[in-house]
Design a protein around this ligand. Structure first.
Ligand SMILES: Cc1cc2nc3c(=O)[nH]c(=O)nc-3n(C[C@H](O)[C@H](O)[C@H](O)COP(=O)(O)O)c2cc1C
Length: 229
């Protein structure tokens, strides 16, 4: 450790600025600040892309005593930049014989069922084992798209349970406890009935296609062989 101990939020969205992951990390960081717990945030993608920024990445991790990964689910797993981050940090901590720190993760997915995120959380737990970190708990959020990249307090009533779950997390971390089971359960609760989410998502998908002039091609199969049905 080279600085004030605190929590490092490592945000793993592929989006450069506003993202659902960033909104979640920002909200929790603010709640922790209100409870006197300092935190810092890094955006993983530019740090793993640029080799010359590796030291910046490692210094941020070395300065923290708690790493909190916040990222979206991509094809049932972490985005490539988060996988790369975990590989780099694990190798760095092993070669530096780094002392123990805690790890937690919050994964948000587009599909409404939070359980889609469980494989990604299991990968995080294995990362903890291989990096001399102690697992402090994992949160899974379905229907992440309802956040719309906005700050959570401005994202509407639907995300109130998400904020409540993060308030519980802030209370626990400020007390030195791990992520409480009640917060994990509340975060995983569906934000709305599945049929509403599916219909709204389908409409949004069609609307995006229309804006891009391809609404008539939604069932196109450009890579299928002409002999296949
Ligand atoms: C390339 C790609 C792959 C995705 N794969 C999944 C997936 O397997 N399951 C899922 O539920 N959502 C998936 N999503 C949706 C994202 O997880 C979801 O939109 C998330 O809220 C984005 O978070 P962000 O704004 O922090 O990037 C995918 C999105 C993209 C762009």
């Amino acid at each position: 450790m080279t600085g004030t101990p605190g929590i490092l939020f490592a945000v793993g969205s592929q989006k450069p600025a506003a993202s659902n992951s960033r909104s979640l990390a920002d909200y929790l960081a603010e709640k922790l600040r209100q409870r006197g717990v300092p935190s810092k945030q890094i955006h993983i993608l530019p740090l793993v892309r640029a080799e010359e920024r590796r030291n910046e990445l490692f210094a941020a991790v070395d300065d923290a005593d708690f790493l909190f990964l916040v990222f979206p689910l991509f094809v049932d797993s972490q985005p490539w930049s988060v996988v790369r981050f975990m590989e780099l940090v694990a190798a760095h901590r092993r070669s530096a014989n780094a002392g123990p720190m805690r790890l937690a993760a919050l994964v948000n997915s587009g599909f409404p069922e939070a359980r889609h995120n469980h494989t990604a959380l299991a990968i995080c737990r294995q990362f903890a084992v291989e990096s001399n970190m102690r697992w402090a708990g994992g949160l899974a959020l379905g229907s992440g798209a309802v956040i719309g990249g906005k700050p959570l307090p401005e994202a509407g009533r639907t995300v109130r349970p998400v904020m409540k779950a993060l308030d519980m997390v802030a209370d626990a971390l400020a007390d030195g406890r791990d992520i409480p089971a009640e917060a994990i359960a509340l975060m995983a609760r569906p934000l709305m009935p599945n049929w509403i989410y599916r219909n709204v998502a389908t409409l949004g998908f069609w609307w995006t296609a229309r804006k891009n002039g391809v609404s008539g091609k939604l069932r196109a199969c450009p890579f299928s062989s002409p002999v296949e049905p």
